[in-house]
Write a protein that binds this ligand. Structure first.
Ligand code: FES
Length: 109
């Protein structure tokens, strides 16, 4: 008989979802972008504390064009064509200073 254990999760301020599917990107660039988050968040102080951002991978957002694609929740902001350099700006302007980088947003709730 399997014992059911309630999962635990650290508190977070925002969640970032990265599509790692192969219909919006080529050559695993979504996964490669996801793999950078740990170090970038640590450097920016977003890995813990009041501004902690929870990282999540998804296999498809259903908007399979011009990836890598990111979604920031609960803000309802969806970014396209995100490079490592663009991610640095999204971290600094959106995740730290609460100003989404509108020129790379493809949908906003
Ligand atoms: S595979 Fe990335 S949005 Fe569909």
């Amino acid at each position: 008989m399997t014992k059911i254990i309630k999962p635990k999760m650290m508190d977070y301020h925002r969640q970032i979802l990265v599509c790692i599917g192969d219909r919006c990107t080529e050559n695993g660039s979504g996964q490669a972008l996801y793999d950078q988050l740990k170090d970038k968040f640590k450097a920016a102080g977003l890995h813990e504390g009041a501004l902690r951002v929870k990282k999540t991978r998804a296999t498809c957002f259903g908007t399979c064009k011009s990836g890598p694609l990111l979604c920031i929740q609960p803000d309802g902001i969806w970014y396209y064509d995100v490079t490592s350099k663009k991610l640095d700006r999204i971290i600094n302007e959106h995740l730290i200073n609460n100003k989404p980088v509108l020129e790379w947003v493809y949908y906003q709730k």
